[in-house]
Design a protein around this ligand. Structure first.
Ligand code: NAD
Length: 410
């Protein structure tokens, strides 16, 4: 089963409960528009390599398409479809005026030089530009892309359409980015974790946290959890992880990473593989890297009390069922990591109004939106006696269906 089919299993459960007919399910499940492009790149050695690129616009019932851009070897059409549909439900869960989309290039950005990535990003943007627009579709960063990539996208789009900072979010602050956008997915995830811990009767102070993936999302989850008094006992990058049962000094781990050393080899820590890291004894496990890392095979051995899905789709439906049976709460991606798109919403709004917010304003508004979304989900968990994931899907799918009805699609 591919990632899109897996996400649709979660969708179907919500659709069953909402009593949606087959036609309505098709309307909400299928991407509204898909574009596949070849992205030819002149490599530094003079050769030409052609990469597959995608922009998938899943649903725009509630607003313009919105979603990240992933550069990763596994970013094929079904993975991008899955991520695009998650964006549709996510923007609805946090009730911001966007639909869902995702884009990507199937490549390994770590093997490309900066000039090759620059050329590839520009060609990709040129090839998809006719789908984009500040009121049509607004890309953002995702795995393998960053604020620099967004600056190149903005520049390539601007070369065709004129200066348009609002065309992408997650840009460098100096050219229209928002303060707080970098930290927003991680900060939002920790807000949700804190609210859920309170409702579950768990204590955040001193809670043992394990984070897989120490990139834009995972490193901020670790930093903010550390600031809040959690004991972050293990973190990892693609090269492997580090573990200290007494807690890692996260600001120092960040410095170690910035010195170009990866996380492995951090003084005073033991090495741990990415596989073993997921099975460490802890209170909170935060997968913040790639898809499907918790599955039928390892779900019986997960020893956390709560799994906080900072990555998109890190738990397969089979893994999810096992965790649920074992009484392990799973806080779902479409709620947990929505801080990223909320931060993007703030950046887009500032670009449209040509006005800047300060960091306090961004944090305060982010907290307000994430808390409100969490409370909406928690209310459904209690009322319907369902899991957090089922509740979040009921909320997201229900809101998109309602908007589609109001607009006359169904
Ligand atoms: P990133 O590229 O900045 O970081 C990814 C991290 O995961 C890195 O530490 C990398 O070394 C590690 N990693 C990669 N492959 C791995 C593997 N096979 N095993 C273990 N670790 C691996 O990416 P990111 O932006 O932090 O995205 C991480 C996840 O969060 C993705 O699922 C993404 O869709 C989701 N997300 C990102 C944002 C955002 O704004 N960046 C927002 C919401 C959700």
């Amino acid at each position: 089963m591919n990632a899109f089919d897996e996400v649709n299993q979660f969708f179907d459960r919500a659709a069953d409960r909402l009593g949606l007919d087959d036609g309505t399910r098709d309307l909400l499940k299928k991407p509204w528009r898909e574009l596949t492009v070849s992205v030819p790149v002149r490599m530094d050695d003079g050769s030409i390599e052609v990469f597959n690129g995608y922009r998938i616009q899943h649903n725009a019932a509630r607003g313009p398409y919105k979603g990240g851009t992933r550069f990763h070897p596994a970013a094929d059409v079904n993975e991008v479809r899955a991520l695009a549909s998650l964006m549709t439900w996510k923007t609805a869960v946090v009730d911001i005026p966007f639909g869902g989309a995702k884009g990507g290039i199937q490549c390994d950005p770590r093997t490309l030089s900066e000039t090759e990535r620059n050329r590839m990003t520009r060609r990709y943007t040129t090839n998809i530009h006719h789908l984009l627009g500040v009121n049509r579709d607004i890309p953002a960063p995702d795995m393998g892309t960053d604020s620099q990539t967004m600056a190149w996208m903005m520049d390539a789009y601007g070369a065709i359409a004129g200066y348009t900072p609002g065309i992408v979010t997650g840009k460098p602050i100096e050219i229209g980015g928002s303060v707080g956008r970098d930290a927003a997915p991680g900060r939002g995830a920790v807000y949700v974790m804190g609210e859920a811990a309170r409702d579950m009767g768990l204590t955040v102070d001193g809670a043992r946290v394990v984070v897989q993936g120490f990139g834009q999302v995972g490193s901020w989850v670790a930093r903010i959890a550390h600031e809040m008094g959690c004991k972050v006992v293990a973190v990892s990058g693609i090269e492997g992880g580090i573990y200290n049962p007494n807690g890692l000094d996260i600001p120092k781990v960040v410095e170690h990473l910035q010195e170009g050393n990866g996380v492995v080899g951090f003084p005073g820590s033991d090495a741990v593989s990415n596989t073993d890291l997921l099975e460490l004894d802890c209170d909170v496990l935060v997968p913040a890297a790639i898809e499907s890392v918790i599955h039928q095979g390892n779900a019986p051995r997960i020893r956390a009390a709560v799994v906080v899905e900072a990555a998109n789709h890190p738990v397969t439906p089979e893994g999810d069922a096992i965790l649920n049976d074992r009484g392990i709460h799973v806080l779902p991606d479409i709620l947990v990591n929505a801080g990223g798109v909320v931060g993007s919403y703030f950046e887009w709004t500032q670009n449209l109004y040509q006005h800047k917010w300060d960091e306090d304003e961004v944090s305060e508004e982010l907290h307000k939106i994430m808390s409100s979304a969490y409370r909406d989900v928690w209310e459904i968990v209690q009322r319907e006696q369902v899991t957090f994931r089922e509740a979040a899907f009921l909320l997201g799918v229900g809101r998109v269906h309602h908007a589609a009805k109001l607009r006359g699609f169904v």
